[in-house]
Design a protein around this ligand. Structure first.
Ligand code: 5GP
Ligand code: ZN
Length: 158
């Protein structure tokens, strides 16, 4: 996509330290790492975020993230790893091209990835669980006279 930094990194127009590559994504070092070894797994094709990315691309990316996590553990002896995907501005996504962060963690590294833990009533949990567990259903657009092949299917979230 025109003007997208990560598309330019994928095409090689902007240089990067590339770690590995598949037919669907690349893994590069983050230019401003939280810790040494902080890696970004970036889709080769431009997708904005988790909502629009193809399933097979995302599946490939998470497996690459796993591979990087293992390498960081084995080769840099990190004590753990945060695997994060920010989606949309409010969630901290600065570059609107789908990517997964793999951040190695070390003792006393001063990296802060946290949130205030909320208290909620059992009823609230129950209501949220109910809404999230309901299956999407397909609403048929059209009527009896509409030929079947012309009926538009639409995902509707209740
Ligand atoms: P976001 O907040 O969008 O999830 O994270 C974007 C990440 O991309 C940031 O951690 C930032 O340091 C990294 N980044 C931004 N521009 C570049 C760049 O030109 N090269 C590399 N290697 N990383 C970048
Ligand atoms: Zn892009």
């Amino acid at each position: 996509m025109d003007g997208c930094i990560f598309c330019k990194i994928v095409s090689g127009e902007i240089p990067s330290f590339k770690i590995l590559e598949t037919d669907k994504c690349i893994a590069i070092l983050d230019i401003n790492p939280a810790n040494p070894g902080h890696t970004l797994v970036i889709s080769k094709e431009h997708f904005d975020n988790v909502y629009s990315i193809d399933d097979d691309v995302l599946s490939d990316m998470i497996l690459v993230a796993k591979k990087i996590a293992r390498r960081l553990k084995e080769r840099f002896e990190c004590k753990g790893v945060n695997i994060i995907m920010n989606n949309e501005k409010i969630a901290g996504q600065i570059i609107p091209h789908a990517h997964i962060h793999v951040i190695p963690r070390f003792d006393d590294d001063k990296v802060i990835i946290t949130y205030a833990k909320k208290q909620m009533a059992k009823e609230q949990f129950a209501e949220i669980a109910k809404r999230l567990s309901e299956e999407e259903h397909i609403e048929q657009k059209g009527d009896e006279s509409t030929p079947k092949e012309n009926i538009k299917e639409e995902w509707v979230f209740r």
